[in-house]
Design a protein around this ligand. Sequence first.
Ligand code: PLP
Length: 363
Amino acid sequence: MLEVIDHEWARGLVRTWNDAGWMAAPTRLGDRLAPLIGAQPGEVVFGDTLTFMLAKLIGGALVQRPQRHVVLTDAANFHSDIYIVEAMARRAGRPITVKAIDRATLDEQLDDDVALVMLTHVDYRTGEMLDMKGITADVHAVGALMLWDFAHSAGAVPLDVTDADVDFAAGCGYKYLNGGPGSPAFLYVRSSWQGILENPFPGWMGHARPFDFELAYEPAKGMQAFVTSSPSIIALAAMEGALSVWDRASMKQVRAKSLAMTDLFIALVEERLPGVFELVTPREHAKRGSQVALRHADGYAVIQSLIERGVIGDFRAPDICRFGFAPLYLRYVDVFDAVEHIAQVMTSKSFLDPRFAVRNAVT
Ligand SMILES: *Cc1c(COP(=O)(O)O)cnc(C)c1O
C-alpha cells in the first residue's frame, strides 16, 4: 500500500494505470484467489463489496431462466443477502417470488419453477457449513442455477467450486481473507457461463474498449465484463498483500489448525463452564466453519466484557456470542487465554455491570 501511495500514485500519477498494471488488478487478484476456492484462472474477479457482487450475479442469473418465477434462499441468511435478492427480483421484468425458507426443507421446495437458489455456505450465526456439492447437484437436478455466498468460507475452509459444479459464487475480502475493513469482494462465474451471463450493471471498465468512449456497450471478454467502475487501487493493494500470505500457507494446513483450535475452544469451555452456554456450532468437522457460536441470554454483555479484556468476539442478535478463529495469526495459547477470560467473566458475573449493556452501533 505504501508503494502504491508514495511511489506509484504520488510520483507516477495517472500514467501508473498503464505502468503498474492497475487496470488488470481486479482480474489479477481474482486469479490469485482462484486456487483458494478451487476455481481456474480467468473465473474470478475482485471489485465491489459483497452485496453488490451478489446483485450482479442474481441479476445475471435471473435472465438465464426466463420461464421460471421462484428464487429460494435461506430464512437464516444474512439480512443484506435477502434485501438484495428481493430487490433484484422486483426488477427482473417478470413476477418473481423470493422464498426465504428453512434450508432443511430445500428438497421439498425444489421444482421446475425455481430459477435460482442462493445460499450462504457457512451460516454467519451458527457457523454451520453446508454440503456445497450435494446441494448444488440437487439444485441442478431441477434445472435451477446455484449461487453460493462464501463470506465465511473463503480463506476459512477448503472449497472446490469446480468439483461441486457451482454456477456462481461471491465472497467478501474482509473476513478470513484479511483484506482490511470494507475491502473489495470477489465473484466467481464458471467458465462455461462466460460470454453468456450478462453483468446487469454495465460500466465503462467492463467494456471491450473503455477508452474508445463508444456509446454502445460491448462487454469485455472474460471476467473483466463483471467490472463496472474504476478499481479501488489502494484497497486492492491491501487485498493483494493479504492474498500473498497464501503463497506460504496451504488451505489444508490452515483448515487442520482451524479444526484443532475450535475443538480445543469447545472442549475448554465445556470443561471450565459446564452448562453455562449452549453450543450452537456443529461438533461434526464436516459441518463446521472456522467459528464457534455460543448461545447465552446475556450474550451482548458477555461479549462487551470480554472485549474490554482484549478477547474480541462479536454478538449476533438475539443471543449468539461468536468467536472467529483465524489460524494464520492466532495461537493455541490465545485460545487458552480467551477461555480463561471467559471463565473469569462468567464466574464473577462481571458481565452484569451496567456499562456492558450499552449498545454500540456495531455489535
Ligand atoms: C459479511 C457478509 C456480507 C457483507 O456484505 P458487504 O456488502 O460486503 O458489506 C454479506 N453477506 C454475508 C453472508 C456476510 O456474512
